[in-house]
Design a protein around this ligand. Structure first.
Ligand SMILES: *Cc1c(COP(=O)(O)O)cnc(C)c1O
Length: 377
């Protein structure tokens, strides 16, 4: 039998003009971590996100979180609250700064940081003597966290929010684009995200001062002097003008990419939604997810594994949901405020192939395989 063609979880999907903008960088010799593509890519994101945000294009989403926490004055010995149910890149920058991560579990409606547990965590940390310096909230798989509720808790204690929108470009809450809600928002353009520059990220903020400071820090923190003078520790985190060319092309097709991913979700719901023991996370009123990845919840760890392995046999990539940070070997010794929600989601949940370049044939092949597994065919 011939091997079946590989179906990836989420692979890059180029539009029409990416190569043209990259060639422009070569033709004009702007092969550097600055240049017209960087400026125009930033302008395209600014326009898309709207709400008068300011955008700094950076080398990665992780770099953006690092700079965001740094600009919020997180330093050695501080505590930073982080959604536990996320990818490790949300939490790693807390460690870079010598701070302590405090993990908070998710609620069931959006799978994101629970307002109740957040409040409990803040009060307990304060009772123990330290007020957390920042909160990292995450719009996991593109579903916005409960923005109003989380912001209300953060405001009550005067703690700034870093809004990790790495998976949520194009997602909206009450009609407003994600990444514009936090004190600082961050985006990622890694290879598997909704759009990609192969690798890259951005820092987003309503405050222009944060954009300026981020660019200053991202370009080695050089003071205003004719010679190289430094009064701050700097980073080399700016985006390349070559890669920003890819980003410009990708921004032109972003709305199409969101539409395709949402259509994937609809396809899966139509085919699998009525099966016993398959659940999807629905959009609560006012929430709009880019459906970066479509995830299913099965009845048990074993069923989830059976489906994953059956898909693998068919050369189809799927992936368990993120393993919560408070259960990771590197982070388990830090305080956590959990009620078992993210552990349960991790055990029973599976991310299905969700690329915007999947064909109807691909989707048929995936759903047929899952149905066979679930009906013991
Ligand atoms: C991808 C991702 C990041 C990191 O972005 P990079 O551009 O890969 O550094 C951060 N947080 C979440 C939730 C992510 O999915």
């Amino acid at each position: 039998m011939t091997t079946k063609s590989k179906i990836w979880l989420s692979s890059p999907h180029m539009g029409h003009n990416e190569e043209h903008y990259v060639k422009e960088a070569f033709d004009t010799n702007w092969v550097a971590p600055l240049g017209p593509n960087v400026t125009l890519f930033e302008e395209a994101i600014t326009k898309y996100v709207g709400g008068n945000v300011h955008v700094a294009a950076l080398s990665a989403g992780t770099a953006a979180i690092h700079l965001a926490l740094k600009m919020l004055n997180v330093s050695h010995g501080d505590e930073v609250i982080c959604q536990s149910f996320t990818f490790s890149a949300s939490a790693n920058p807390i460690m870079y700064l010598g701070a302590t991560p405090i993990f908070v579990d998710s609620e069931r409606d959006t799978w994101n940081i629970s307002p109740e547990l957040l409040k409990e965590a803040i009060e307990d940390r304060m009772a123990k003597g330290k007020k957390p310096k920042a909160i990292v909230g995450v719009h996991l798989y593109g579903m916005p966290y409960k923005i109003d509720e989380i912001k209300a808790v953060a405001d009550e204690y005067g703690i700034p929010i870093v809004e990790d929108s790495a998976e949520a470009l194009g997602s909206k809450y009450k009609g407003v684009q994600c990444s514009s809600f936090g004190d600082i928002g961050i985006l990622s353009f890694n290879g598997n995200k909704i759009i990609t520059t192969s690798g890259g990220g951005a820092l987003v903020s309503k405050k222009e001062e944060y954009k300026k400071k981020a660019i200053f820090l991202a370009t080695q923190a050089r003071d205003d002097a004719p010679h190289y003078q430094h009064s701050n520790v700097g980073f080399n985190y700016r985006m390349s003008n070559v890669l920003a060319g890819i980003g410009r092309g990708q921004m032109e097709v972003l709305d199409e990419r969101v539409a395709s991913r949402r259509a994937n979700y609809e396809f899966y719901v139509n085919k699998l939604g009525k099966l016993e023991g398959v659940e999807f996370v629905k959009e609560p009123e006012g929430f709009y997810s880019n459906r970066w990845l479509t995830c299913i919840l099965t009845d048990s760890f074993q069923v989830r594994e059976n489906i994953r392995l059956r898909l693998q046999e068919e050369n189809i990539e799927s992936r368990p949901l993120w393993k919560p940070m408070h259960l990771q070997p590197i982070f388990e010794k830090y305080p956590n405020y959990s009620d078992g929600t993210s552990l349960d989601l991790f055990e029973r949940g599976l991310c299905l192939p969700s690329g915007s370049n999947l064909t109807t044939e691909d989707l048929e092949r995936i759903t047929t395989t899952i149905i066979k597994e679930l009906t013991n065919d």
